[in-house]
Design a protein around this ligand. Structure first.
Ligand code: COA
Length: 163
């Protein structure tokens, strides 16, 4: 039984994240999506909201569960019985940070392997900050996030008044 853990802040989850989850499920028997509390990033959504948004979108999927986590990723992965950590690699600009994180995690626990997956090219430029900025400015984010996330963004962010 090969279990992978896909960690991130998911503030909020986008179609790019869902794309990575689908790909991971093709390779592993089960997938745990681990939503980091990550106070350093000052997330817009609470960890409970971020977990809920992913659960709503994946409720009909089998072999996947979504959990909040705090603390050291590698310890959490070990405690959850995961053999691999999944990270999405979108562009060369991701590489340095991901390389550092993967090697640090390996030096902390060499039994857990980091596996990089590439999302579909239409999502390579996407990140959660851009989505929040577009939504905040009243733009249409329907091509980037599922409907439920779009609705929550509208509720959470004050919308600009258009004339
Ligand atoms: N599609 C769209 N966007 C994507 C994406 C994809 N497939 N993959 C990543 N992103 C975006 C995210 O939305 C995020 O955007 P943002 O910076 O605008 O919010 C950005 O790329 C990277 O974020 P994410 O994948 O959420 O990872 P992260 O860097 O926020 O989280 C953790 C990294 C949580 C895994 C890391 O901080 C961690 O391990 N924390 C625990 C503490 C620890 O163990 N530290 C030591 C690590 S060596």
């Amino acid at each position: 039984m090969q279990t992978a853990l896909y960690p991130g802040t998911f503030d909020p989850m986008t179609h790019g994240h869902l794309d990575i989850m689908e790909r991971a499920l093709r390779l592993f028997d089960s997938l745990i999506v681990a939503v980091a509390v990550n106070p350093y990033k000052h997330p817009l959504f609470t960890v409970e909201e971020r977990v809920e948004m992913i659960q709503e979108e994946t409720e009909s999927w089998e072999r996947i569960r979504v959990e909040p986590f705090d603390g050291l990723l590698i310890e959490y992965a070990h405690n959850m019985g995961a053999q691999s950590i999944i990270r999405g690699l979108r562009a060369v600009s991701d590489f340095e940070y991901e390389f550092q994180m993967a090697l640090t995690n390996r030096s902390l626990d060499s039994s857990i392997e980091t596996v990089f997956l590439m999302p579909s090219e239409q999502y390579t430029y996407l990140n959660s900050t851009i989505v929040k900025e577009i939504a905040h400015l009243g733009g249409n984010v329907s091509q980037f996030v599922p409907k439920g996330v779009e609705r929550r963004l509208r509720e959470k962010l004050p919308q600009p008044e258009h004339e």
